[in-house]
Write a protein that binds this ligand. Structure first.
Ligand SMILES: C[S@@+](CC[C@H](N)C(=O)[O-])C[C@H]1O[C@@H](n2cnc3c(N)ncnc32)[C@H](O)[C@@H]1O
Length: 230
């Protein structure tokens, strides 16, 4: 049974290789969608290594329920490694961390607001041990445009950008417990600049109805670039 999912074959392979390399005890993913992309591939890799569990966070109730069914049917053996979590990452992660203080592998692929990946990273970074790894998707779109430059400024992460799809995959390996204060300040300055870009400011201050109206009257190419950065 083929489940609907995102990420191309190369991106799925990179996630699976990370599982094989790290043999993680704990993996956290934000944004499972229907399960056929990152989720089932992470699970199959865990099953093959006979190690660890994947906690998959999904915020849409109907997608969440369908995703559980899909994985149960398509990968019954690997399902034993799966712990689905329903809700928004911003609410779920702080609660989850109370019982799981260390996470060796993280994959961020949730909502379209670029602040979400930043929030998720800030919640998780202290809980990823040195040697642990993080991937994020949609680096070339609005959703992922802040995390890459932010992490590239932090000198306790070794980062790689994989320009292998229309969306792009970003990878970081933690190489020291903490960044130097100077690199943390540089990362914060860089993030502030990104937040002050006119399109992002407008997205934050304009009411939803006004934003939707503006996007409707613009040519579709421009409105798409503004809304999801394509
Ligand atoms: C791009 S899709 C994920 C694709 C999936 N990783 C794959 O490989 O097929 C994004 C998913 O994240 C969910 N989502 C959006 N915002 C979220 C959030 N804050 N927390 C958890 N899930 C979220 C959406 O409902 C959607 O199913």
């Amino acid at each position: 049974m083929e489940i609907e999912g995102q990420l191309n074959a190369e991106e799925r392979r990179l996630l699976m290789e990370a599982v094989e390399r790290l043999k993680p005890e704990t993996v956290l993913e934000v944004g499972t969608y229907l399960g056929g992309g990152s989720t089932i591939h992470l699970l199959k890799a865990l099953h093959r290594c006979d190690c660890g569990r994947l906690w998959g966070v999904e915020a849409d109730q109907s997608i969440y329920e369908k995703m559980i069914q899909n994985i149960r049917q398509a990968a019954p053996d690997a399902y034993g490694h799966f712990e689905p979590l329903f809700g928004f990452s911003q609410n779920v992660i702080p609660e989850w961390l109370k019982d799981h203080p260390q996470v060796q592998l993280v994959f961020l692929d949730g909502g379209n607001n670029p602040q979400e990946q930043i929030t998720e990273f800030c919640l998780l970074e202290a809980h990823i041990p040195v040697g642990g790894e993080l991937f994020s998707h949609d680096v070339k779109l609005r959703k992922g445009k802040w995390l890459r430059p932010y992490m590239e400024h932090l000198d306790n992460w070794k980062t790689t950008f994989y320009d292998i799809s229309d969306e792009g995959l970003f990878h970081g390996r933690k190489i020291a417990e903490r960044p130097t204060p100077a690199s943390r300040s540089a990362a914060k300055r860089c993030l502030l600049k990104l937040k002050l870009q006119p399109a992002e400011l407008a997205a934050r201050v304009l009411p939803h109805k006004v934003r939707a109206g503006v996007l409707r009257i613009l040519p579709s190419k421009i409105s798409r670039r503004l809304s999801d950065g394509r």
